[in-house]
Design a protein around this ligand. Structure first.
Ligand SMILES: Nc1ncnc2c1ncn2[C@@H]1O[C@H](COP(=O)(O)OP(=O)(O)OP(=O)(O)O)[C@@H](O)[C@H]1O
Length: 207
């Protein structure tokens, strides 16, 4: 069981290809860190494996099946800026229930307080809002998560709480987790494996 990217090619409109033949393997139940300098395509790769962007060519398979083009989303993306990932005009109860209804146990485990459900996004802190994005991503059919600079904006205590919670759930559900981060100490602590994106990009550059 794995998320497997094979010979992926992608370019943003009007730009040079970011990857010509990228390969990535995230085994279910493992935590893989994706590292690399700014602008080298880590977030873009996260968006591709989550199905938010479509590759030019190549293959993405999830537990042996092609990544679905619509509907069922087995790979869920958690962004750096939760405030950009939610509708500012929706109360948190609606935000949460957009994709599924998380169980009360999930809400409690993720650390969402009941009284937050009636608030609007701007009435929550970034860390509180990120907990909603995590709960929303934890659909019953989610198999893999991409955490793209998920806690970069938060203080050390909030970061530690969110990672502790998420890693516990990932372990219990046997999910695969791709972590995109510039924080080397975090990656060293939580990852089973780390991949520099340069190793995935352009493995056969034109000479
Ligand atoms: N929607 C877009 N349209 C055009 N170019 C884009 C778009 N999104 C990103 N890019 C470009 O693609 C390249 C890779 O961006 P990406 O965000 O994937 O890098 P990154 O490695 O995640 O960077 P960072 O570590 O700074 O977050 C950058 O040069 C960026 O300017």
């Amino acid at each position: 069981m794995a998320l497997i990217v094979t010979d992926l090619a992608f370019a943003h409109p009007g730009a040079e290809p970011l990857y010509r033949a990228a390969n990535l393997h995230v085994e279910a139940g493992t935590v893989v860190g994706l590292t690399g300098a700014s602008g080298t395509g880590k977030s873009t790769l996260g968006a591709l494996v989550a199905g938010d962007l479509r590759p030019r060519s190549g293959k993405i398979t999830i537990d042996g099946r092609p990544l679905p083009r619509r509907g069922f989303r087995p790979v869920q993306l958690i962004h750096q800026h939760p405030e950009h990932a939610v509708n500012p005009r929706s109360r948190m109860r609606s935000v949460l229930n957009e994709s599924h209804r998380p169980s009360p146990e999930t809400l409690e485990r993720v650390g969402i307080r009941r009284e937050w459900l009636d608030r609007f996004p701007e009435e929550l802190s970034g860390g509180e809002l990120q907990r909603f994005c995590i709960a929303r991503a934890l659909r019953p059919d989610t198999r893999y998560l991409v955490a793209d600079e998920m806690t970069t904006m938060f203080d050390a205590i909030t970061q530690a709480q969110i990672w502790h919670t998420l890693l516990g759930i990932v372990r219990d559900r046997g999910l695969g987790l791709l972590v995109i981060s510039h924080e080397q100490a975090l990656l060293d602590r939580i990852c089973d494996e780390q991949l520099p994106i340069d190793r995935l990009r352009n493995p056969h550059p034109a000479t």
